[in-house]
Design a protein around this ligand. Structure first.
Ligand SMILES: Cc1cc2nc3c(=O)[nH]c(=O)nc-3n(C[C@H](O)[C@H](O)[C@H](O)COP(=O)(O)OP(=O)(O)OC[C@H]3O[C@@H](n4cnc5c(N)ncnc54)[C@H](O)[C@@H]3O)c2cc1C
Length: 390
């Protein structure tokens, strides 16, 4: 079997890459270890940057996003018993974020690929990359018990943080940069109308809480919990009580509760591998970098990588121009490191650390006060949040 680009992973990165390549006349095969039903239900990100929305629209997969996505012109920072709005329409006019679930993006992309005859192999296992430093790399895998192999011109490793692609790069040819945080996020999805029109980032002594949403009927909440927290210790009543304690801290705000549809605990980690390429293998999305979700950047970075990789592959196939491919990692890393810093900054700004002393808490509060009272500081937050273009 042969294809032009072998893509490992049908998350947002792999699916969008396959779709954009198809529009450039370049064929690909996508290999995914999970089932279609599983990836279409996996609840994760939901905040799309301005540029991400533009990319999806320009690629012809923005129709439902335009209809159902919720456009937000600001976010709220809540601390010290007060609410403070970061107003995108004033600070970064013309740019906003759109709330639209990652699983909806995945559904739209799978539907678009299959409608145009795209080749996505679900439920494959034992994926292995070989000869990535040659001109004929291949991906070996097992499907329905049979061993198969696809020879490619290029391989795109879009298989997320726990995938196999990154490790196909020899250890001596890559460097990892990472940070772990001494807490995690307990996330819930609840069938209840959001209690506010915009996202609320709440800082307080009990810990951080985020009020978010997925639709006019479904809310999303996160609570900062211990790094070793277990879901068994967080029955629904305890979750709602803690959310109230952390969010009902300003006059006139009351939190509406409803049936919890899903609960999960997410570790908070920052990670980058450099370079994001080796031979004919190119990593995109979480396979190359992850951020704590506080800045809502992970999905958006995956889309940004894919834009760069599509352009580079299109130039190579159209004109034999390899300059974009040679520069792929360096081009992506400029944006990746900006998002790394922003995500780290938002995380350390908004989460009290157990190790903090009184001095460290005062510094956090001082920084929060500065962000909400200085137009320059608020603009910096806003332009990073809606997506900074290097
Ligand atoms: C709880 C949570 C909340 C988040 N919130 C946000 C947010 O608000 N905003 C934001 O921008 N980001 C957010 N993120 C991050 C975002 O979800 C990821 O950055 C995004 O999924 C990255 O897309 P990807 O395609 O690179 O990787 P993934 O979505 O991880 O896709 C990788 C795919 O590869 C498949 N795969 C893995 N290993 C193999 C293998 N060996 N063989 C074949 N297939 C394989 C996986 O099954 C998966 O389908 C959040 C993440 C979590 C967990």
């Amino acid at each position: 079997m042969r294809t032009q680009v072998g893509i490992v992973g049908a998350g947002p990165a792999g699916l969008l890459l396959s779709h954009l390549l198809h529009r450039e006349g370049i064929e690909s095969v996508v290999l995914e270890m999970r089932s279609r039903a599983y990836i279409e239900k996996r609840v994760r990100a939901g905040v799309l940057e301005h540029g991400t929305v533009e990319t999806l629209r320009a690629a012809g997969v923005g129709e439902r996003l335009s209809r159902e996505g919720l456009i937000h012109q600001g976010i709220e920072l809540r601390f010290g018993g007060r609410r403070h709005r970061i107003a995108f329409e004033e600070l970064v006019p013309g740019r906003a974020i759109t709330v639209y679930g990652q699983q909806e993006v995945v559904k739209d992309l799978v539907a678009a690929r299959l409608a145009s005859g795209g080749d996505i192999r679900f439920e494959v296992d034992d994926v292995a990359l070989t000869a990535i430093d040659s001109e004929r790399p291949s991906v070996k895998f097992r499907a329905a018990g049979e061993r198969e192999s696809i020879e490619c011109d290029f391989i795109a490793g879009c298989d997320g943080f726990h995938g196999v692609s990154r490790d196909a790069i020899p250890a001596g040819a890559r460097t990892h940069f990472e940070r772990e945080y001494p807490f995690a996020w307990l996330g819930i999805l609840a069938r209840v109308a959001p209690s506010a029109d915009e996202l609320i980032y709440a800082y307080g002594d009990r810990g951080f809480a985020l009020h978010s949403m997925r639709s006019p009927e479904v809310s999303r909440f996160y609570l900062q919990v211990g790094a070793d927290a277990q879901l068994e210790s967080w029955p629904d009543d305890r979750i709602w009580a803690e959310l109230r304690a952390r969010l009902e801290t300003v006059p006139g705000f009351s939190l509406a509760a409803g049936p919890i549809l899903e609960k999960n605990i997410t570790a908070m980690r920052s990670f980058v591998v450099e370079p994001m390429q080796f031979g004919r293998l190119y990593l995109a999305g979480d396979a190359a970098h992850i951020v704590p979700p506080t800045g809502a950047k992970g999905l958006n970075l995956a889309v940004a990588d894919v834009r760069v990789l599509t352009r580079a592959l299109a130039d190579w196939y159209a004109r034999g121009d390899a300059s974009g491919l040679a520069q792929y990692s360096a081009t992506c890393l400029r944006r990746v490191w900006r998002a790394q810093h922003f995500s780290y900054w938002m995380t350390t700004l908004l989460h009290p650390f157990d190790s903090d002393d009184a001095y460290a808490r005062r510094l956090q509060l001082s920084q929060l006060e500065y962000v909400v009272s200085s137009r320059a500081a608020a603009t910096s937050l806003a332009e990073n949040y809606v997506g900074w273009e290097p």
